[in-house]
Design a protein around this ligand. Structure first.
Ligand SMILES: NC(=O)C1=CN([C@@H]2O[C@H](COP(=O)(O)OP(=O)(O)OC[C@H]3O[C@@H](n4cnc5c(N)ncnc54)[C@H](OP(=O)(O)O)[C@@H]3O)[C@@H](O)[C@H]2O)C=CC1
Ligand SMILES: O=C(O)[C@@H]1CCC=N1
Length: 268
C-alpha cells in the first residue's frame, strides 16, 4: 500500500514545505491536489479545487491552522470514508478530536514535521489510531521521504515532542539570531555577525550529526583547558542557566498544546 493520491486541505507554510520535500525526493506533482476556497494557483502547479472535490483520495493531509479545524471539518468529512487516511499536522489537536470530526476514516495520524522537511531533514513525530500494519508502514515511508519517522506509542508526550522537534527550528533560529546580536553588541558589524553565526551553527550541527562523539563530548573537545571556550561555557552552565531556560521554553510550548486541545475557548 502507498499513498498515491493525497488531498491537501490547508496548503500553507508547513504543508507547502512537505510538498517541496516530497517532490525533491522524487514524487510527481500529480500525487498532490489542494482544496482552497479561493486560490486558483499554488506552488508547483498543483491542481486546486475551489469546492470539495467529488473524488476519493488515499489520504487527506490536513494543514489548516488549528483554530480553523471546525471551519473545514463538516465540508471535508464526506471525503474521508473507509478508504482514506487522515494525516493531521495540527499542533495541539488530539487524535480523539480528529476521530470525532472524521469518524469514518480508515485511520487517523498525527504527523508532526518541521520546516526542514523541504530539504528532507525533518524528524517527523507520528502517532496513529486505527491503522493496519500495512498502512502504518506506508505512513512511515511517507515520513521517511522527507526525513525520519519517529512513532510514539502513547499520545501523552506528543505535545512535548511537538515542542522539541516541530517548534524546535524556531528556537534554534532565535538562538542563531541571539548569537549574532551578542557579537554585534560587542562590536562586530551586524551582517558579518549574522553570517558567522549561521555558518558556525550549520557546520557545528552537521559535524555533531555525523560525529562519533555526543554533543556534550564535542563541547568538551572545543574547550581547551583554561582557554576561551570554557569561560563562555561557564556562563551558559552557571546554575544550570541554559538547561533551565530551555526547560522553561519547552514547557511553555508543550503546555500551550494541552491548552489548545481543550477547545476553542483556549485558542488564543
Ligand atoms: N509552521 C510550522 O513550522 C509548523 C506548523 N505546523 C502546523 O501546521 C498547520 C499550519 O501552519 P502553517 O503552515 O504555519 O500556517 P499557514 O497559515 O501558512 O497555513 C494554513 C493554510 O491554510 C489555508 N486555509 C485557511 N482556510 C482554509 C480553508 N477553509 N480551506 C483550505 N485551506 C484553508 C490558508 O490559506 P490562506 O492563506 O488563504 O488563509 C493557509 O495557506 C498548523 O496547524 C500548525 O500547527 C506543524 C508543525 C510545524
Ligand atoms: O507553533 C505551532 O503551534 C506549530 C506547531 C509546531 C510548530 N508550529
Amino acid at each position: 500500500m502507498a499513498f498515491r493520491r493525497i488531498l491537501i486541505v490547508g496548503f500553507g507554510t508547513m504543508t507547502g514545505a512537505m510538498v517541496d520535500g516530497w517532490l525533491a525526493a522524487g514524487s510527481d506533482a500529480s500525487r498532490f491536489e489542494v482544496c482552497h476556497p479561493s486560490k486558483t494557483e499554488v506552488a508547483h502547479g498543483l491542481t486546486v479545487h475551489n469546492a470539495w472535490p467529488a473524488d476519493t483520495y488515499d489520504a487527506v493531509l490536513l494543514g489548516v491552522k488549528p483554530q480553523m479545524l471546525d471551519d473545514v471539518a463538516a465540508g471535508l468529512e464526506p471525503l474521508i470514508g473507509p478508504g482514506t487516511v487522515l494525516l493531521s499536522v495540527l499542533g495541539g489537536v488530539t487524535i480523539d478530536t480528529c476521530k470525532t470530526r472524521f469518524a469514518r476514516a480508515a485511520g487517523w495520524v498525527r504527523f508532526m514535521p518541521n520546516l526542514a522537511c523541504s530539504i528532507g531533514k525533518s524528524p517527523n513525530a507520528l502517532f496513529e489510531a486505527g491503522l493496519d500494519a500495512e498502512t502504518r508502514h506506508a505512513v512511515t515511508q511517507l515520513a521517511e521521504e522527507i526525513g525520519t519517522a519517529e512513532w510514539l506509542e502513547s499520545e501523552d508526550q506528543f505535545d512535548l515532542v511537538t515542542a522539541l522537534a516541530g517548534s524546535g527550528p524556531g528556537f534554534v533560529y532565535r538562538f542563531i539570531d541571539a548569537l549574532a546580536a551578542g557579537a554585534t553588541n560587542l562590536g562586530l558589524p551586524e551582517q558579518q555577525a549574522q553570517r558567522l553565526a549561521l555558518a558556525m551553527v550549520e557546520g557545528a550541527s552537521a559535524l555533531a550529526a555525523r560525529s562519533e562523539h555526543s554533543p556534550a563530548q564535542l563541547a568538551k573537545r572545543v574547550a581547551s583547558p583554561g582557554g576561551m571556550t570554557q569561560k563562555g561555557l561557564d556562563v551558559l552552565d552557571d546554575g544550570g542557566a541554559l538547561v533551565n531556560l530551555l526547560t522553561d521554553c519547552l514547557r511553555a510550548a508543550r503546555d500551550r498544546g494541552a491548552e489548545m486541545a481543550k477547545g476553542p475557548a483556549a485558542k488564543g
